[in-house]
Write a protein that binds this ligand. Structure first.
Ligand SMILES: NC(=O)c1ccc[n+]([C@@H]2O[C@H](COP(=O)([O-])OP(=O)(O)OC[C@H]3O[C@@H](n4cnc5c(N)ncnc54)[C@H](OP(=O)(O)O)[C@@H]3O)[C@@H](O)[C@H]2O)c1
Length: 299
């Protein structure tokens, strides 16, 4: 089918490639003209603005957004809206907060415009392996866009999971699970490194990929990373987060759902970014005050 595609970064460019390879017609736009030129060289039709994307589509138009959550999605939908009409559908494939998606769906529905929140997992490997798609929204909007999901996902790799917002809720929790899994591997390999046995971490990682209960795609990726850099000497232990862990924790608190593994993993990321811990300074100072325990002076 013919669709508009907005955002041609690490995710969007590959998704457009996968759509083109399966015979879809893609009208592509991104802020950077270079990424549009590249998509055009691979078979997409280039657009010069969000308005131009809508002009090049016939109703019912479908426009996929693959851009950062927050203001980029908010302002792009606001810019698209005047050029969309009843029956058109906007799909947000990024990692937006589910409550924002539910609100956006409600606002667009006032003009009869559909909205699907398509939580997308698969990273840069999605071009080859396909993307797992968790879609929230109205059933009629899902049906209209289903040929797109069928192409982007591997067999059985997409589903309509519920009402508007449900797709991004499921994706948010998916990422919370990912936080805990990454933390588990991180802690395990730190312990292996500290074993005193001079273990070959790459060999252990490879070993675990064979029938062990902790084998997984993440472990396969760790094997790739260790093949490139067996002691991860070239990268700092500095870990960013992009929101889903925090949002899941907020929702867990609201619903009194215990998620200590997520909380630990999220706070470990915060710790990874600190050059110095003020809380550790406070603890050292107090131990010195009450027990005369030695402190380590600043250099
Ligand atoms: N990377 C992953 O593994 C992954 C996996 C699943 C979901 N996601 C989600 O997918 C979305 C895109 O991620 P990505 O990794 O492809 O990011 P990316 O490589 O940084 O690309 C972002 C794209 O959005 C465009 N963009 C940025 N700000 C914009 C704005 N204010 N208005 C319009 N377009 C804007 C960028 O255009 P310019 O380059 O021209 O600035 C670029 O085309 C995000 O929501 C992300 O959380 C990412």
């Amino acid at each position: 089918m013919k669709l508009g595609f907005v955002g041609l970064g690490k995710m969007g460019a590959n998704m457009v490639r996968r759509l083109l390879a399966d015979g879809h017609e893609v009208v592509a736009w991104a802020r950077g003209p270079d990424s549009v030129r590249e998509a055009v060289s691979e078979g997409a039709v280039g657009a010069t603005s969000l308005e131009d994307v809508t002009r090049q589509l016939a109703p019912p138009r479908v426009v996929w957004l693959m851009i950062p959550a927050g203001d980029p999605v908010e302002s792009s939908i606001a810019a698209l809206r005047p050029f969309l009409s009843s029956g058109d559908v906007v799909i947000d494939g990024g990692n937006s907060r589910f409550s924002d998606s539910a609100r956006r769906a409600g606002e667009l529905a006032k003009n009869g415009i559909g909205f699907l929140d398509a939580g997308t997992s698969g990273g840069i490997w999605g071009l080859k392996n396909g993307y797992c798609l968790m879609v929230g929204g109205r059933p009629q909007d899902f049906r209209l866009a289903e040929p797109i999901f069928k192409t982007l996902a591997p067999p059985d790799g997409y589903a309509h999971v519920g009402a508007p917002g449900a797709g991004h809720f499921v994706k948010m929790v998916h990422n919370a699970v990912e936080y805990a899994m990454l933390q588990g591997y991180g802690e395990g390999f730190e312990m292996l490194q500290a074993s005193g046995y001079d273990l070959d971490l790459l060999a252990v990682a490879r070993l675990w990929t064979h029938a062990s209960v902790v084998r997984s795609w993440l472990l396969d990726l760790l094997v790739l990373a260790l093949e490139g850099d067996p002691k991860l000497a070239a990268i700092r232990g500095f870990v960013q987060d992009s929101g889903e862990g925090r949002w899941t924790l907020h929702e867990a608190i609201e619903r009194s759902v215990p998620m200590p593994a997520l909380a630990d993993a999220l706070f470990a990321r915060f710790t990874s970014r600190q050059a110095e811990s003020f809380s550790a300074k406070v603890i050292a100072a107090l131990r010195n005050q009450f027990g005369g325990h030695a402190v380590t002076p600043e250099k």
